[in-house]
Design a protein around this ligand. Structure first.
Ligand SMILES: C[S@@+](CC[C@H](N)C(=O)[O-])C[C@H]1O[C@@H](n2cnc3c(N)ncnc32)[C@H](O)[C@@H]1O
Length: 295
């Protein structure tokens, strides 16, 4: 995988449409892969990871909006834990697969095909929990707009939960095969995305896909400031020395499913989780300020 900053000055929307074409090719391959095992998922069980379950807390009876839901496995895992779920993805293949799974698992689940940054034009309402995870933020050219969308859909008293690979981990050169950490990419995102010539999905490494992937770097400060700027209150930010997929060739998977650096390398953050809440609406009498006594 070769990377370079995208040349020219294209409208970010053009890059997003190109990424969508790529996801339309990747998604059916991933959905059919042994790693996803959709037949096994249909037959039962939540695949939600224990750490996320613990950090999100009880979801039973709560409304949950899953942004960039892919084929809906995580969305429907929350549904199996009792949430009333809505999933959103810009891939028609992803949404079609999610709807077909939902027909067997939870027919009340709703799946919407939309670019997450345009979502208010496609979906109404607010949700107790807005959830997004594992390989999502790099696809978005405008994190402030993303945070506005997140805040728009978070009900008063509700929260957003994000679990994502750490921007520091994205600095590392993933061509290095031996257990060695070599910095290659800038920590700070630039307006122009990084362009990767092609990539086969991790779940299907033997299938070569043609196309260009465009991704934007976002520092941890960018993520936090975007959410705070949209009026959300940061409840916690946790950094973790493991990640949900094999980011570097020499990573090792533990019995808990997480991928870690081998022993002997310095510990560094490979992913982060955060929760940010929307303050409850104030009662009408508090909003209108102290009452005059009429004198
Ligand atoms: C790495 S996958 C996320 C995987 C997900 N955590 C899961 O449940 O398996 C990234 C997803 O983001 C979607 N995506 C990328 N850019 C998007 C955008 N601008 N709007 C909506 N979905 C987008 C892709 O179609 C893909 O399904």
């Amino acid at each position: 995988m070769k990377a370079a900053n995208a040349g020219g000055s294209r409208d970010p929307k053009a890059y997003v449409l190109g990424n969508r074409e790529l996801w339309e090719q990747w998604t059916p391959l991933k959905a059919a892969s042994a790693q996803y095992d959709l037949a096994g998922f249909r037959s039962g069980g939540s695949r939600m990871r224990a750490l996320e379950r613990a950090e999100v807390g009880a979801v039973h009876g709560r409304s949950l909006l899953h942004l960039q839901c892919h084929v809906g496995v995580d969305t429907l895992s929350w549904a199996r834990l009792g949430a009333r779920v809505t999933g959103v993805d810009f891939s028609s293949e992803g949404v079609a697969t999610a709807r077909s799974l939902a027909a067997d698992i939870d027919p009340t689940a709703v799946f919407v095909e939309a670019d997450v940054l345009d979502l208010p034009a496609h979906l109404d309402g607010t949700y107790d929990i807005v959830y997004t995870s594992h390989g999502v933020l790099g696809w978005l050219p405008d994190l402030n707009r993303w945070a506005e969308v997140v805040a728009h859909f978070t009900a008063p008293g509700g929260f957003v939960y994000v679990f994502e690979s750490h921007p520091a981990a994205w600095m590392l050169d993933n061509h290095v095969q031996e257990p060695r950490l070599k910095l290659r990419y800038s920590y700070f995102g630039e307006e122009k995305p990084l362009a990767f010539e092609y990539r086969s999905p991790t779940a299907v490494p033997d299938r070569q896909i043609s196309g260009a992937e465009h991704v934007w770097g976002h520092s941890l400060g960018d993520v936090i400031s975007a959410l705070a700027g949209a009026g959300l209150r940061i409840e916690f930010l946790h950094e973790w020395p493991f990640v949900g997929w094999r980011l570097l060739p020499f990573m090792e998977q533990g019995a808990d499913g997480w991928w870690r650096l081998p022993e002997g390398l310095p510990a560094m953050p490979l992913s982060f989780s955060l929760r940010a809440s929307r303050p409850p609406d104030k009662p009408a009498e508090e909003r209108s300020g102290p009452q005059s006594d009429g004198e």
